[in-house]
Design a binder for this molecule. Structure first.
Ligand code: MEV
Length: 309
């Protein structure tokens, strides 16, 4: 019978998370080491899902999955196919709650698989429109940067409600993503920053603006191949994120260790309060050494990767 596949990689935010929710720019980079593959199969009856997180009919899916459920419903409606006779097998290597865009990766791969099932091409715009609904359930008030960066093979410069821009690197860069081992909840983190902003508007607003400034400098550093400067900017952004209350002891420990071991810069990535850090290594050899050291230091998972010019 009929089947179709849709794939999506994950993403990491280099700089600008949280500030991007409040109108500042952010830079995200595709993270090809992990991703999601969805296979759609024609199976008569109600729409069913088969995945590590849920197995069964979609109309009985737990509340945490309402984003992806509505994404499937909306995509079927958009594509003009009945919301029935489908088995959706989702195979994800993106750990949830680690700031790697797991919910957006799942949504994008599911939408792509449904378009393929109908033999239709999908534009980035269609992908984003359909995926952002799922993200709103998952994150509350998402900026849209996760879905966007997951559809891109290049680093993206993102500001809410502005046309997206892609960044041309001046040099290859070696990064390491390391998992603190704790689950973070992006929705809660985003809400906590919003609450702080209400409680102390001036103080918090200036931190958000400062992150925006650092992000502008980071774009320049990326384009001009100034990785030493880029590293310092990442470190400064981490200071502001700490002041926003979204870093925690586990992340801080990994970040400090990475810097002591020669990282040019290190910060949390994504929602924070659990989840992952991103560190900028000096070069390829250093990246491998640092990855090994972080592993031995106790990171739950470590992914060294190169971002090609
Ligand atoms: C999550 O990867 C990034 C945040 O800025 C939230 C968002 O932009 O939707 C924390």
């Amino acid at each position: 019978e009929k089947t179709a596949i849709g794939i999506a990689h994950s993403k990491v935010i280099l700089i600008g998370e949280h500030a991007v929710v409040h109108g500042q720019p952010a830079i995200a980079i595709p993270f090809p080491l992990i991703g999601v593959e969805t296979v759609i199969e024609y199976v008569p009856g109600t729409v069913k899902m088969d995945s590590t997180f849920y197995h069964g009919p979609l109309h009985h899916a737990p509340k945490e999955l309402e984003g992806i459920v509505s994404c499937v419903e909306d995509s079927c409606e958009y594509l003009g196919i009945p919301y029935e006779d489908l088995l959706i097998r989702i195979n994800s290597s993106v750990p949830p709650g680690k700031g790697l865009g797991s919910s957006a990766s799942v949504a994008i791969s599911v939408i792509r698989s449904l378009f393929n099932y109908c033999n239709k091409e999908c534009s980035v715009e269609e992908l984003l429109n359909l995926a952002n609904v799922a993200e709103t359930y998952a994150h509350g008030a998402p900026s849209g940067i996760d879905t966007l960066s997951i559809t891109s093979d290049k680093p993206v410069w993102y500001e809410k409600e502005k046309p997206v821009d892609y960044i041309e690197l001046g040099e290859d860069l070696h990064f390491i993503v390391a998992d603190s081992g704790r689950i973070g909840d992006t929705r809660t983190s985003v809400e906590s920053v919003a609450n702080l902003l209400k409680a102390a508007p001036q103080r918090i607003h200036s931190k958000i603006e400062r992150i925006g400034e650092l992000t502008h400098h980071a774009k320049e550093a990326l384009e001009k191949a100034s990785k030493q400067i880029l590293g310092q900017l990442l470190n400064e952004a981490q200071k502001e994120l700490e002041a926003l209350g979204v870093s925690d002891a586990g992340l801080n420990k990994l970040i400090r260790f990475a810097r002591e071991e020669g990282a040019l810069g290190a910060k949390l990535t994504g929602g924070g309060n659990g989840g992952c850090i991103i560190a900028l290594a000096q070069n390829e050899v250093h990246s491998k050494q640092l990855a090994e050291k972080l592993r031995r230091f106790g990171a739950a998972a470590v992914w060294p990767f190169v971002l090609k010019k």
